[in-house]
Design a protein around this ligand. Structure first.
Ligand code: UD1
Ligand code: UDP
Length: 392
């Protein structure tokens, strides 16, 4: 392990705080460690339950964080404000060469904002991904981060196209996807270590796996009830590892008891158990970004419980169908796919759009920029360069 105690030493500061960030940052973090480059890892504390946080560090072999900010749960303003204040203090103390953030959560946003306000460059992994839906907190977060990042690492050609369209081509490059790297490396270990199918008395390829936690679905009594109703109508065993937000809202709406009569609702699972369930599921129904991607990577047909998705590539590839929160549509699409072998096979055999190689490309780019003295926040000089062109 490299010495991480020295300030002003060209280290990279990774700021993460939620389940998908722990999973998606893994390959980049391990590549930095493999190259013996200095880094620090900050856990914001946005997710804090054992099975939303510590279990991922254990199963994924992630290093112990250097600091826990204990931001915890709050409204978006409170959470982002608290995180901004605390991350800024860490940056001021340690002066990293760059701050590395991943994805689209509030932790991603305050990590990037704290850095840029301290004059420290931001590297954004999974940049350029868009749902074009500004009612989603995630769309706001990812757009704000991409607007200020010095490095935008796009996972797909579509994401790179979005960044180019937004005038960020110079800061952007196609890196590939980090989730395909984590999921691909962990799958065999998961299948060996997990006994979840036996524990739940499930046969491979005989059940539907469900997750949902999006604010627009689970905080809305209408959408939550419509989704719950559709699950009750599915003609197969349904397993539903339930996010803490969903558990809280479903119990407020009286949906939990109703669902528990027929659906196998369990607490959020660690990665080994979840990947084991997902890779052997007949179909996935989800509103999660990461689960849509993993369903694509492992060729499990997917129904997305949303009207839009930031992973349009999976819909274009024919692996994923948008069904919203409409009971009739969810049930009829599930029936169509499950009852027609040709339709099912077409979805299951479609190639996944996610490519490996991201960690090496991202670390190569960061180290090259550091070595070449190019890790700086861009500044313009109107006196020397003349006025910038008018935007039209
Ligand atoms: C957050 C991200 C979302 C991401 C998701 C991954 C934002 C705006 N949203 O949503 O993009 O898809 O994480 O799972 O950043 N809670 C617990 N224990 C925990 C964590 C949360 O009980 O360890 C409960 C609390 O009641 C909390 C609620 O879940 O208020 C929501 O947590 P929060 O982190 O605010 O948002 P997520 O819905 O998890
Ligand atoms: N996941 C998990 N256990 C669960 C549910 C999901 O390990 O009970 C993993 C899943 O494999 C994926 C990630 O969590 O890699 C997705 O996180 P989430 O759905 O919370 O967030 P999103 O991807 O929508 O931002």
């Amino acid at each position: 392990m490299t010495d991480r105690s020295v300030a002003d030493d060209g280290h990279f500061l990774f700021v993460v705080g939620t389940r998908p960030e722990f999973i998606k940052i893994r390959s980049v973090l391990l590549e930095i460690i493999r190259r013996k480059h200095r880094y620090r890892l900050i856990h914001s504390g946005q997710h804090y339950d054992y099975n939303m946080s510590a279990i991922f560090f254990k199963e994924l072999g992630l290093p112990e964080p250097d600091a826990f900010l204990e931001v915890g749960s709050d409204g978006p303003g409170g959470q982002t404000g608290e995180g901004l204040r605390k991350t800024e203090a860490v940056i001021a103390e340690h002066r990293p060469a760059a701050v590395v953030v991943q994805g689209d959560t509030n932790t991603t946003l305050f990590g990037a904002l704290a850095a840029i306000k301290c004059g420290v460059p931001v590297a954004h992994i999974e940049a350029g991904v868009r749902s074009f839906d500004f009612t989603m907190p995630e769309e706001i977060n990812r757009r704000m981060v991409d607007a200020v990042a010095t490095f935008c690492f796009a996972p797909t050609a579509r994401a790179l196209g979005n960044l180019t369209h937004e005038g960020r081509a110079e800061a952007s490059r196609l890196a590939g996807d980090t989730l395909v790297e984590t999921a691909g490396r962990i799958r065999d270990m998961a299948l060996k270590s997990s006994s979840i199918l036996a524990q739940m008395n499930l046969q491979p390829c005989s059940y539907a796996l469900v997750t949902s936690h999006r604010k627009e679905n689970v905080d809305s009594p209408q959408r939550a009830s419509a989704i719950a109703e559709s699950l009750l109508q599915l003609d197969m065993p349904v397993v539903y590892p339930i996010h803490p937000r969903t558990r809280k809202m479903f119990s407020q709406f009286g949906l939990l008891e109703k669902l528990q009569k027929r659906i196998r609702i369990v607490d959020p699972l660690g990665y080994f158990d979840f990947l084991s369930l997902l890779t052997q599921a007949r179909i996935a129904l989800t509103d999660s970004g990461g689960v849509q991607q993993e369903a694509s990577i492992f060729h499990v047909p997917c129904l997305t419980l949303r009207n839009n998705t930031e992973w349009l590539e999976t819909v274009e590839a024919g692996q994923n169908v948008l069904v919203g929160a409409d009971t009739g549509r969810i049930v009829s699409e599930a029936t169509r796919i499950l009852s027609d072998a040709a339709v099912y096979d077409r979805m299951a055999k479609a190639p996944s759009p996610f490519q490996e190689g991201a960690a090496v490309r991202i670390v190569d780019a960061l180290l090259a920029a550091l070595g070449g003295g190019r890790l700086t926040v861009p500044s313009s000089d109107f006196l020397k360069d003349g006025m910038p062109p008018l935007w039209n």
